[in-house]
Design a protein around this ligand. Structure first.
Ligand SMILES: Nc1ncnc2c1ncn2[C@@H]1O[C@H](COP(=O)(O)OP(=O)(O)O)[C@@H](O)[C@H]1O
Ligand SMILES: [Mg+2]
Length: 309
């Protein structure tokens, strides 16, 4: 493990002034540092795709996310990094209201998608999760054919009708389905590997292929945003590098938000990086280069140079 390639820097010593203002040392020797608002105010051109404002999440009495505000730019890759348990998955799940499914979870604050509040009454959660799709850590294809995995979402949403009943009613969309399956698999860089066996069970694919299939399945319902929670952490290096290339390509057309525990991966694939630290705080959010080369926060610097986490 060499993290030095992305973290070495000559200019990241805090100035005496900021050090005095923001740091003291606790009895355990950890830096005790107050987060400064300007460290998390990443500014960019254009309207944010997602605007998160003062978001708190509680699981029962456990305060898992604390007052997180963060604007996410469109058509780019935003990486979320930080040690285990700091709330990265919790934050990601807030972006398409997946936390609604967790009974113990209580969410306060605001998340706007294209300027529209997603935490308001009357939001259609099926529609929301179509626009904001999700890919998980372990590939989870359905135990169905490759084709059926892709067509599942569009069929469920009534966008494709195939099969006997549809044919009898004269509205068979088999051709559209073929085209959609091909397009989605091509977008996920999987087509060349599976085009001759679309009717094979998806569970027969390798782990890396399964994960690209899950990405294709997500793309098939035509999302704007793709959330990925450590999408390559169960994969070997070759499969990982294919997923990384794919993520970079997807950012041409989609807003990608990716949780990763690999700092090298964040440095390689993301445009901006948000660092969450213990206690569910967003500590710093900026251009990826800035975060890795010259972070403002001492704790972020300690984290990316491997002093903890
Ligand atoms: N479904 C859940 N029920 C109760 N507590 C949870 C649940 N999911 C996460 N937590 C707690 O919330 C905190 C943040 O977890 P998580 O978002 O999974 O962190 P990360 O993804 O950064 O590892 C942890 O203390 C974790 O134990
Ligand atoms: Mg997680």
């Amino acid at each position: 493990m060499s993290e030095t390639d992305v973290t070495q820097t000559e200019t990241d010593e805090p100035t005496a002034e900021t050090a005095a203002e923001t740091q003291t040392t606790t009895t355990t020797g950890e830096t005790d540092e107050r987060v400064r608002e300007e460290w998390t105010q990443f500014s960019f051109q254009g309207e944010p795709k997602l605007a998160v404002d003062d978001l708190d999440v509680y699981y029962g009495d456990d305060h898992a996310l604390k007052g997180v505000s963060m604007d996410i730019p469109r058509e780019s890759v935003t990486a979320l990094i930080g040690p285990s348990g700091c709330g990265k998955s919790t934050f990601l799940r807030c972006l398409n209201r997946m936390n609604d499914r967790i009974n113990a979870a209580r969410i306060d604050g605001s998340v706007e998608l294209d300027g529209e509040e997603i935490y308001q009454d009357g939001v259609d959660l099926v529609e929301l999760r179509k626009r904001v799709g999700m890919v998980f850590q372990a590939p989870n294809p359905f135990p169905k054919s490759i084709r059926d995995n892709i067509a599942y979402g569009p069929r469920k949403h009534g966008e494709l009708n195939t099969g006997l009943v549809a044919r009898l009613l004269g509205r068979d969309d088999s051709e559209e389905e073929e085209a959609l399956v091909e397009r989605s698999l091509k977008q996920a860089a999987l087509w060349d590997e599976v085009s001759d066996r679309l009717d094979d069970n998806a569970l027969g694919l390798s782990g890396g292929q399964q994960q690209r299939l899950c990405i294709a399945r997500c793309l098939a319902v035509d999302p704007d945003v793709i959330l990925m929670d450590e999408p390559a952490s169960a994969l070997d290096p070759v499969a990982t590098s294919k997923i990384e290339d794919l993520i970079e390509d997807l950012a041409e057309d989609y807003t990608v938000v990716v949780v990763t525990h690999s700092m090298q991966q964040a440095a390689r694939i993301s445009d901006q990086t948000a660092v969450f630290l213990t206690g569910g705080e967003l500590v710093e959010y900026d251009d990826t280069e800035k975060i890795f080369e010259n972070p403002e926060s001492q704790r972020v610097e300690d984290y990316i140079t491997g002093k903890f986490g």
